[in-house]
Design a protein around this ligand. Structure first.
Ligand code: SF4
Length: 376
């Protein structure tokens, strides 16, 4: 889910109000395989260098689908989310792992379908028409480069076929500096409007993108709005991206990751938590520790040490401490309207105090994070 959040001015406030436990407040992205692998081969794919190669991918393909206690645990976790999306390449599963694909035939209605970008549109049309009855489609993204290459009529026919089966919630257009697709974008916007589908424009993750857009049709592309949507990702000159983990968690079969690159690469990191010992309260400090560990890696990798993102990642890594034995979650750390927040209360695990959530059996309040230097 993309959200508009302000630029980082004060790292402490940004962490407390816009990062914190925000990544459990929205969607949960799920794969039945233990690592993410997509064969759509999109030109703009920012994780294309992270894939596990085909010869080794079998190591991450489970030998059976979740059943019994594992399935029960999975659905218990899903119950803490409004939206659980599959990001599996369903066409690949259908062709190569029919047993895993059957899991989605059976339980498709528990999932939305997400992560459909460019070529993935055409890979999914027949699966959606013939095999899987999902809740909806969270989002389909089109890069301008793709729209330049593929006739808009072909895209609209595919969208029509999908929309007849399940509701597409959002279309996202990735604005790129070196393309001019005014007419295609106009037609796609008209289609979205007629079908009641939200349309958003985002900027490509490239360094200095805003300065490169002068020649664009500012009005048609709604560039002022588009700029706001990209405020949680920092891109270095070498193209490497460093996202703030404020939007989504990734559950790869039974392991949780904070970032898609870790959920994809064989070497980048191990899961920060597992479903097998999932407890909704004990999970929370693990979520925070997982993102702080990733930020610590970013601090070592980012070359430009003066940009606000570097300073933010450095601040969180050095100044925020996670308290595993907490009994209090300050209200600003976890979206009070999120299902996770509501479920903690409904299950009786925590109670609302007006200042946050408290485990009523323990006192005094011991917060889930402490700030080593609160003056900054
Ligand atoms: S659909 Fe997404 S993950 Fe798959 S290749 Fe395209 S951009 Fe990459």
């Amino acid at each position: 889910m993309a959200i508009n959040i302000p630029k980082i001015e004060n790292p402490k406030d940004f962490f407390l109000f816009h990062d914190g436990l925000n990544n459990i407040s929205f969607d949960l992205d799920f794969c039945i395989t233990k690592k993410y692998r997509c064969r759509a081969n999109c030109h703009m794919c920012y994780i294309q260098n992270d894939w596990v190669d085909d010869e080794n991918f079998y190591k991450y393909v489970p030998t059976s689908v979740p059943t019994g206690d594992q399935l029960k645990k999975l659905f218990e976790i899903f119950d803490y989310y409004d939206v659980v999306s599959t990001i599996d390449d369903l066409k690949y599963l259908k062709d190569n792992h029919p047993d895993l694909f059957n899991f989605y035939r059976e339980y498709g209605e528990r999932f939305s379908i997400s992560s459909m970008t460019d070529n993935a549109l055409f890979r999914h049309v027949e699966v959606i028409e013939n095999d899987i009855k999902a809740k909806g489609i969270t989002e389909i993204s089109f890069s301008e480069r793709f729209m330049k290459r593929v006739p808009i009529e072909r895209i609209l026919v595919a969208l029509d076929r999908i929309q007849k089966k399940i509701q597409i919630q959002k279309i996202k257009i990735i604005i790129m500096p070196d393309c001019d697709n005014t007419e295609s974008i106009r037609q796609l916007s008209d289609w979205a409007q007629q079908c009641g589908v939200e349309l958003q424009k985002h900027l490509e993750f490239v360094a200095g993108i805003e300065a490169k857009l002068d020649q664009k049709d500012q009005y048609l592309l709604d560039l002022e709005d588009a700029k706001k949507h990209e405020s949680t990702v920092y891109t270095e000159e070498n193209g490497e991206i460093y996202p703030i983990h404020s939007e989504v968690l990734f559950l790869m079969n039974d392991g949780f990751y904070s970032e898609l690159k870790s959920a994809t690469s064989a070497h980048r990191s191990v899961p920060f938590a597992s479903i097998h010992d999932f407890d909704p309260v004990e999970f929370l400090p693990k979520v925070l520790a997982g993102k702080i560990k990733d930020y610590g890696r970013y601090v070592h990798q980012i070359k430009n040490k003066t940009n606000p993102y570097f300073l933010y990642f450095e601040y969180v890594t050095n100044k925020i401490r996670v308290n595993e034995n907490f009994n209090f979650i300050p209200y600003m750390l976890l979206n009070t309207r999120s299902r996770y927040y509501q479920q903690l209360i409904a299950s009786g695990k925590m109670v609302e105090t007006g200042k946050g959530l408290l485990n009523a059996k323990m006192s005094p309040a011991d917060p889930i994070v402490s700030l080593i230097d609160i003056s900054r």
